[in-house]
Design a protein around this ligand. Structure first.
Ligand SMILES: Cc1cc2nc3c(=O)[nH]c(=O)nc-3n(C[C@H](O)[C@H](O)[C@H](O)COP(=O)(O)OP(=O)(O)OC[C@H]3O[C@@H](n4cnc5c(N)ncnc54)[C@H](O)[C@@H]3O)c2cc1C
Length: 378
């Protein structure tokens, strides 16, 4: 009998895993992707939408067009997983049984956790938010801009820094720089999580007159006063506020008792198996692994999980292991970028920002739809 493999989530991790599996298992398995909308979003593009450098239409595709024809797609919201009976229950009332389950449900934005934020502040972590911010920036004529991170972990750690540097560029080109003050609020003692990259971007920020406010853990927004307060007891004033909303795991993970207190899935750092259930794997933003929540992480993990599942279905001992591989670009403004490549044992040593890496990021953005989901990038 063929093995039943169910994948929750048709994002970058889930789509790639499904395509790799049918490619290598053929008729030996039935592979089903479960996704609530059946639409796949290329989230790195939200940054460019917010800054008016790309339109939203480029960023979403019908999931069916990205999946191999042998993959089944169920347009359903998974409500609850029962590891005892190996069943996934849908919000619609239906269900699906599995032999192996891959959780690739990503992260959930929870802006409501910051009192006063919704309505008063902006974000570019959703397509709706990015489009709304783009309109606000078009109307902006100068003032105090605060860009901040309202909780750790969040996906794509370099994104707020990239946004800040590229926004500063935009203000200069529009002749608004003199009338504007740009400040990055960081919850850490540096610009963002990766220390070596912070050492590169902080002097650039200083050169461009961008302020950095460290140890600022956002607590609440007061829209009437136009201020943001921190847990540390500080207050910052804004005319335009852009925050990365707090993140947590999806409700299905909470409802199934499969996550920790943040809704993140306790995952073995090498095998990517759930720490309690060995027929359940987790990849991408949904895991509790202490590495960047990024598309590249999901991409490299998908290859490991697919390889391990192929071995399990064929009755061979799985060998593939995830070693913490991550590869990201970091835009530094002025058409320059650097790159961050690291794994569990090798910290990143980012090269000096250059136009080459900026061009590489653009090329990658353009080629995404024809390469990553289909497994055409190693
Ligand atoms: C502004 C921004 C910029 C970024 N820039 C970069 C970058 O430059 N480089 C990089 O590598 N990464 C970047 N990222 C991060 C990257 O997009 C994510 O890390 C990546 O999408 C994670 O992949 P995933 O498969 O884990 O989750 P996702 O791609 O988020 O997919 C999760 C899927 O699960 C589905 N789902 C949710 N709940 C359920 C449910 N109950 N049942 C079934 N399905 C469900 C969702 O509909 C979604 O399709 C960026 C992100 C943002 C927001």
């Amino acid at each position: 009998m063929d093995a039943k493999i169910v994948i929750l989530g048709g994002g970058v991790g889930g789509t790639l895993t499904a395509n790799l599996l049918v490619d290598r298992l053929g008729d030996a398995a039935t592979v089903t992707v479960v996704d609530p909308t059946g639409m796949h979003a290329y989230q790195p593009g939200f940054l460019y939408v917010a800054l008016g450098q790309a339109n939203g239409r480029w960023l979403t595709r019908d999931e069916r067009t990205l999946l191999d024809k042998r993959v089944e797609l169920a347009i359903e919201t998974a409500d609850r997983v029962d590891p005892g009976t190996r069943t996934v229950h849908f919000a619609s009332g239906g269900s699906i049984a599995y032999d192996y389950l891959v959780l690739a449900t990503g992260a959930r934005l929870v802006p409501e956790q910051i009192p006063g934020f919704i309505g008063a502040g902006h974000e570019f972590y959703s397509l709706t938010g990015a489009l709304r911010l783009r309109e606000e920036l078009r109307r902006f004529r100068g003032g105090r801009i605060l860009v901040g991170v309202a909780g750790i972990p969040y996906k794509c750690p370099p994104a707020p820094v990239e946004f800040t540097l590229m926004l500063e560029d935009q203000l200069r080109h529009r002749g608004l720089r003199e009338r504007s003050e740009v400040t990055l609020l960081s919850p850490l003692n540096r610009a963002f999580t990766v220390e070596s990259a912070s050492k590169i971007v902080q002097p650039i920020m200083e050169q461009r007159g961008i302020k950095l406010s460290t140890f600022f853990n956002v607590e609440a927004v007061d829209p009437a006063k136009g201020t943001v307060s921190s847990i540390e007891g500080e207050e910052a004033e804004y005319d335009l506020l852009v925050l990365v909303p707090p993140h947590r795991g999806q409700s299905v993970i909470d409802a199934s008792g499969l996550g920790d207190e943040g809704g993140w899935i306790p995952t073995d750092r090498n095998t990517l198996q759930h720490q309690k259930y060995d027929r359940i794997f987790a990849i991408g933003d949904a895991t509790n692994l202490p590495i960047s929540k990024s598309g590249s992480t999901a991409h490299f993990e998908a290859a490991v999980v697919a390889s391990r599942l192929v071995s399990l279905v064929k009755g061979i001992a799985p060998k593939a292991a995830y070693e913490g591989r991550v590869m990201c670009f970091l835009e530094t403004g002025g058409h320059r970028a650097t790159t961050l490549r690291f794994d569990y044992t090798h910290p990143p040593v980012p090269p000096r920002p250059s136009m080459v890496w900026h061009t590489a990021k653009w090329v990658f953005n353009r080629l995404y739809w024809h390469t990553v989901p289909q497994g055409r990038v190693p």
